[in-house]
Design a protein around this ligand. Structure first.
Ligand SMILES: *Cc1c(COP(=O)(O)O)cnc(C)c1O
Length: 334
């Protein structure tokens, strides 16, 4: 099967499974799983933060971060298309009593500075208390401009807000911009990083930040049901990914560019954008379901919508990209 639906579909490789089998474990709720401690310390060091905390999912890592930054009745400023706002079930509001203040994202994924400034509330009993700016990098595959990130987080800080990065794919951003991941994390107080996307681990995210913030997030993780026991078996997969899978993201990015180039040769498809490991296209509505079915018959999994997204990852090869493009061409040539 060639699965282009998401980079979450990667399977653990035999060497990753071997690392998991060999992991030394303890009870992480008691703080004595050495492999989890190693992962947390390694990520803290790689990102230039004081401490790290291992979570079962990015959703929970983001939520615990929001709850560590904001109390009941506080608000966070966030993009209309941000994962934390749009794709996490409204958790900040539902479980955190945190009011989101969404702002329309610009085409490059950024939140315009003047809109951030206008959204920050004065201190007044009428208003929720603006406490946090949350950005996402990459967002829709796009790398946020580094100068923009510096300006936006400075604006937040000047107005007394903290800054959180949903860095689910921050390693993709680092590889694409040829910068150390610590440089991309430096402007933020906290960063949530997914290992179950392009990095290819089966499960896991790590939140990094100051020791004080991570202590608070650790309590919320327990409250949210994220206290795990011999989670070293999972942390071992993440450590393996850090050691062996980061450089491979460049190949995923090349494959996405190749996929975009291939689809551009097909008249019926409009390639809207491609960046890092994602390609966005428009396909005539009437062709979506038949095309998806036709590809599935040839062992290619996609999610075909009017505005579709194809995602490359370590379980998709350059040859697979060519097979996919050929199958789409064949479909429209019929
Ligand atoms: C996948 C993702 C998350 C959440 O991760 P899960 O592990 O699926 O909960 C958060 N933010 C972004 C940008 C993501 O792509």
């Amino acid at each position: 099967m060639i699965d282009l639906r998401s980079d979450t579909v990667t399977r653990p490789s035999p060497s990753m499974l071997a690392a998991m089998t060999a992991a030394e474990t303890g009870d992480d709720v008691w703080g004595d799983d050495p492999t989890v401690l190693k992962l947390q310390a390694t990520l803290a060091e790689r990102t230039g933060k004081e401490a790290g905390l291992f979570f079962p999912s990015g959703t929970q890592s983001n939520l615990a971060a929001l709850m560590a930054h904001c109390a009941r009745g506080d608000e966070y400023i966030v993009g209309q298309h941000a994962h934390t706002y749009k794709y996490e079930g409204g958790g900040a509001a539902v479980l955190g009593s945190i009011q989101p203040q969404p702002i329309e994202n610009a085409a490059d994924g950024s939140l315009p500075l003047e809109k951030i400034a206008a959204a920050i509330k004065p201190i007044d009993n009428h208003f929720a208390r603006s406490k946090l700016l949350a950005l996402e990098n990459t967002i829709g595959g796009k790398v946020l401009p580094a100068s923009y990130v510096v300006e936006a987080t400075k604006l937040a800080r000047d107005r007394g807000l903290s800054a959180h990065l949903d860095g689910a794919r921050v390693f993709n951003a680092a590889v694409a911009s040829d910068k150390p991941v610590s440089a991309l994390c430096a402007p933020f107080d906290s960063v949530s990083i997914c290992f179950s996307k392009g990095l290819g681990a089966p499960v896991g995210s790590v939140l990094v930040g100051s020791k004080a913030l991570i202590d608070v997030a650790s309590r919320w993780r327990k409250v949210l049901g994220g206290g795990m026991r011999q989670s070293g078996v999972l942390a071992a997969a993440c450590l393996h990914a850090l050691d062996h899978h980061v450089d491979g993201l460049a190949q995923d990015h090349d494959n996405a560019a190749r996929l975009a180039d291939g689809l551009k040769q097909i008249d019926q498809i409009k390639v809207l954008s491609h960046a890092t490991n994602m390609v966005f296209v428009e396909i005539p509505q009437a062709q979506c379901a038949p095309l998806e079915a036709s590809l599935k018959e040839r062992g290619i999994l996609t999610q075909m919508l009017y505005a579709s997204r194809f995602v490359t990852h370590r379980d998709v090869s350059r040859e697979d990209i060519d097979t996919f493009v050929r199958a789409v061409k064949d479909f429209f040539a019929r």
